[in-house]
Design a protein around this ligand. Sequence first.
Ligand SMILES: Cc1cc2nc3c(=O)[nH]c(=O)nc-3n(C[C@H](O)[C@H](O)[C@H](O)COP(=O)(O)OP(=O)(O)OC[C@H]3O[C@@H](n4cnc5c(N)ncnc54)[C@H](O)[C@@H]3O)c2cc1C
Length: 423
Amino acid sequence: MNIPQSKFPRIVIIGGGFAGVNLVKSLANKALQVVLIDKHNYHTFQPLLYQVSSSGLEPDSIAYPLRKIIKKHRNSFFRFAEVEHIDANNNEIITSIGTLHFDYLVIATGTKTNYFGNKAIQEHSMPMKSIPQALNIRSLILQNFEKAAIASSKSDREAYLNFVIVGGGPTGVELAGAIAELKNHILPKDYHDLNSSDMQIHLLEGATRVLPPMSEHASKKAEEFLVKLGVHVHTNAIVKDYDGKIVATNSDLKLNTQTLIWAAGVTGAPIKGLKAESMIDKANRYKVNRFNQIEGYDNIFALGDIASMSTENYPKGHPQVAQPAIQQGKLLGKNLLRLIKKQTLKPFVYNDKGSMATIGRNKAVVDLKHYKFGGFFAWFIWMFIHLMSLVGFRNRVIVFFNWTYNYINFDKAARLIIRPFKK
Ligand SMILES: Cc1cc2nc3c(=O)[nH]c(=O)nc-3n(C[C@H](O)[C@H](O)[C@H](O)COP(=O)(O)OP(=O)(O)OC[C@H]3O[C@@H](n4cnc5c(N)ncnc54)[C@H](O)[C@@H]3O)c2cc1C
């Protein structure tokens, strides 16, 4: 893999997500060699993927080149590769571009879409875990509008204009709200030949309320906002089957649609090779101790979504959101330096800063420890936090400009079919 020999210990980090990037930053120019490996050459800001899917943002504004993150780190290298196997006995990883020896290995590979074993849904639905997938959704939505405009039967038109989103967590809620804004503000302007009331957005959630991880207050408010935007919210609704045309559920509800967006869950994306007992089977996450060391290994660590650290407050592991990944990445950087100097490691304590979701313009919900609120102020806070969390000044400026432009003009300017989606 053409990584030079070094007198310093080599730390290999797999995954340039929130966890990997924060770790690599905390090891900048220290007395060790860092190799960051990712199957993408960019970091993805996943919380804003739904805005790419719904034509609100260009994909480039939520991605950031990983090489640019480490350009001033004299001790760091990036390799664009997929890691396929770990040989823990020989301290080696096997990748799509070769084999690499490590002294310390950090797995920060995040999650992948969970279809809960339903092959039909996997084959016909649209996942939204990566930028290419978000672009597929964007193209499909716009292609459907074009097809609806020339559909010869009511049933065909209905299928093109029915959008079904499965999963009422933050991703599903945010996407449903954004697609409703397309219906309310874009369709009437761009498609005079279509009746916008023919477009239906259905959000299906298996639990008794949307946003199940958030407070009841947030769920209630979010549902109110969604209904106001014209979204049909179905709770206790579990999708059983989808053949590319009809969505079948656990009730009489059947929906005729060309578009089923699957936002119903994720499962860990581990790499083959470690002992079976170091994994939690159901969640596909590595069992880690308070220092993010994987059970059964001294020099192999896991961080972020892929790591399950059982603590008193989080017996089933931390929530799979950005903050635990960021905080673990920063702490592991310090702990690795301590480990090398044979100093005592500091245990991880999660600082929960609260959770939030946005449903549309002026509509968001925020749950803080002692305060829960919704509406314009929540939306403003949501925008500010997401803007400041984006990687790169250029991305912040572009997103800020786009949001201001879209807000003033009721627009979503990126409605382009650049690479048509083929089913
Ligand atoms: C649509 C969506 C919306 C979300 N919204 C929010 C939100 O609003 N707020 C929030 O806090 N969280 C949100 N999350 C969750 C948040 O994005 C994750 O918790 C966070 O990204 C986890 O960080 P991570 O570093 O563990 O993994 P990730 O950020 O997923 O990074 C994993 C990296 O590993 C790489 N990788 C994986 N396997 C391999 C391999 N074998 N070889 C090489 N590279 C590999 C991937 O390419 C990726 O770059 C959202 C997630 C999604 C999908």
